[in-house]
Design a binder for this molecule. Structure first.
Ligand code: HEC
Length: 105
């Protein structure tokens, strides 16, 4: 019983640290969004390109988050929901959006 308690505490602590690490927008971007947004593949707006991001940012961060979370089909191509990474939490995806937006200012 004591061992089970220790195992449970260790698991919870591990889960907490993983969650903190994944809420890091830059890390999430590198692992889940870079394939398209780092290269412009599939018509994705490239990170750091202010001119392509300005009209998107003008729609409001809430709209960008919604499109990143649930997917979006625009004139350039298709943004898959969560970039196709359904394992990511909503917080991870929002952090990655914030990271990309921060690089477009
Ligand atoms: C398979 C390629 C692909 C991946 C992976 C991907 N995206 Fe996208 N994303 C796109 C494309 C293409 C568009 C542009 C759609 C358009 O406007 O036509 C886009 C657009 C966006 C937009 C702008 C939406 C808008 O309303 O203008 C945001 C924000 C975004 N992506 C966030 C993310 C985040 C965050 C990730 C990682 C979790 C991610 N994307 C991963 C392809 C991708």
């Amino acid at each position: 019983m004591k061992n089970l308690m220790i195992a449970t505490v260790a698991t919870v602590a591990l889960m907490a640290s993983v969650t903190t690490a994944q809420a890091d927008g830059q890390k999430t971007f590198q692992s889940a969004c870079f394939a398209c947004h780092g290269t412009g593949a599939a018509g994705a707006p490239m990170i750091g390109h202010k001119d392509v991001w300005a009209p998107r940012i003008a729609k409001g961060i809430a709209t960008l988050e919604k499109h990143a979370l649930h997917g979006f089909k625009g004139k350039k191509g298709v943004m898959p929901a969560k970039g196709g990474r359904s394992d990511l939490s909503d917080a991870d995806v929002k952090a990655a959006v914030a990271y990309m937006v921060s690089k477009a200012k």
